[in-house]
Design a protein around this ligand. Structure first.
Ligand SMILES: [Zn+2]
Length: 445
């Protein structure tokens, strides 16, 4: 068995989906968010950067694998599967799921994303720690791949999901009977975070894990409807779900005596007041597939440079990325530049981690030949024409979609990117990281 630091403090990763740094910073000291305030007073805080496209399935895969999409291969909320010649849709909206076929969409989201689409070349933090003899748990996080088969609670789906030892996923998978209430109904009232809180309380009371990923999605749902920085009520409920963990340990101080903490979100959020229909740009091409949702789009087709040029002048488009002849390029405002890892590009100057994120997104074999990052204020309608105009959205390279709050308590590392979180956790337990994480560390040095 590999060497581990079995005396390392146990660790809880807490993720509030879509929480912007500005909202987090405003919540600290606000009496509506006492648990976050307590954690912030005991931790080290930075703004960090997520991956691109800045959409939940992509970002959570980066968080859990410590890699950008070039390694983990999850490209977007919606993408074209070249091998199976079909659209994969992870739930841009209920109507978009219905448009691709509800059963197929649900199967892709709850099973295939981890079992087939997540690259075998990426290692999840659950796999790495459990292979080293540690016990891990996951509550509701969409990237959950582990070694233990779990059968769904619905007998209609007789397919196991491979997750960590303690695995809870929206009532669909429950490794133990906890008595937690049903999660999936009455979503806007915060029932999913309420479910997470019940399960989290159960796990902390039993202290039965070294590492737990605790994912709270309800805030993002509210923020899409009301816009960024306006979802205080939802944040109060997320805070209560965190407070449930602290209470289960006997109080906030007792919680921090027992656990190290990494707290972050998966992406930011910006206000959107207009929408665009990206496939309409290519209405004259029957050999082109466009997948778009929120503030990112992908175009699959021949002659990528011509496709990218066709997007020039589109008001909804800010940055276009494309692959051509083994090279990666960026187009913006009619200008073009080649992307080389480690070298800056004027066209992406104000974009955080711009070249690294753009390059990695393009190297994903499941990505389109062309990637599109939306202009401020714009959203791309999904397959069913749905959008969040009047509310919030994310997905682009833009700073507001890309920055996340990052708070650490009781670990040495200070992650400045979402992809640095898994390596920080693995290092905390003294476990050998996967080769691709070691390679990145030596480049950074
Ligand atoms: Zn999200």
């Amino acid at each position: 068995m590999p060497e581990t630091d079995s005396n390392a403090k146990r660790l809880v990763l807490i993720v509030i989906d879509g929480l912007t740094p500005s909202m987090f910073e405003a919540a600290v000291g606000d009496k509506r968010a006492p648990a976050l305030t307590f954690l912030a007073e005991h931790g080290r805080y930075d703004r960090a950067v997520t991956t691109f496209p800045s959409l939940t399935p992509v970002c959570l895969s980066s968080l859990v694998t410590g890699a950008h999409p070039d390694i983990h291969h999850i490209p977007h909320l919606v993408w074209y599967h070249r091998g199976e010649r079909r659209i994969v849709e992870y739930g841009s909206s209920f109507a978009a799921l219905r448009a691709v076929g509800m059963a197929r969409g649900i199967l892709d989201t709850i099973i295939n994303m981890n079992r087939q689409h997540l690259s075998p070349g990426a290692a999840t933090v659950f796999e790495v720690l459990e292979d080293a003899g540690l016990t891990t748990g996951a509550i509701n996080i969409t990237c959950y791949r582990g070694r233990t088969p779990h059968y769904p609670t619905l007998p209609a789906i007789p397919i196991p999901a491979y997750g960590p030892k303690h695995f809870f996923y929206y009532n669909l998978f429950e490794s133990e009977r906890t008595g937690a209430p049903l999660a999936v109904f009455a979503r806007s009232a915060g029932s999913i975070d309420g479910y997470a809180a019940s399960v989290g309380r159960w796990l902390v009371t039993r202290d039965g894990f070294h590492f737990l990923a605790y994912y709270l999605p309800d805030y993002d749902f509210a923020s899409h409807v009301r816009g960024p920085d306006a979802a205080y009520e939802a944040l109060g409920r997320s805070d209560a779900a965190i407070a449930a963990l602290l209470d289960a340990a006997g109080g906030p101080d007792e919680f921090l005596e027992r656990y190290a903490v990494v707290f972050c979100s998966d992406h930011g959020q910006t206000r959107v007041d207009r929408h665009a229909v990206l496939p309409a740009v290519f209405a004259d091409r029957d050999d082109v597939v466009v997948t778009a949702s929120n503030r990112a789009g992908m175009v699959y087709g021949r002659d990528p440079r011509a496709l990218a040029e066709q997007l020039d002048g589109e008001e909804s488009v800010d940055v276009t990325l494309f692959r051509d002849g083994g090279e990666a390029y960026v187009r913006r405002s009619g200008e073009e530049a080649r992307l080389v890892p480690g070298e800056g590009v004027d066209l992406l100057e104000e974009i955080p981690d711009g070249v690294a994120r753009a390059w990695a997104a393009l190297q994903n074999p499941n990505a389109g030949e062309v990637l599109v990052s939306a202009a401020p204020g714009f959203e791309f309608a999904d397959l069913a024409g749905r959008h969040h105009v009047g509310g919030g959205s994310h997905g682009s390279l833009h700073r507001d979609d890309s920055e996340v709050p990052m708070l650490t308590i009781g670990i040495d590392a200070r992650p400045r990117s979402l992809v640095e979180v898994a390596p920080a956790i693995i290092q905390h337990f003294g476990v050998e990281p996967p080769a691709y994480q070691r390679a990145r560390r030596s480049i950074a040095v």
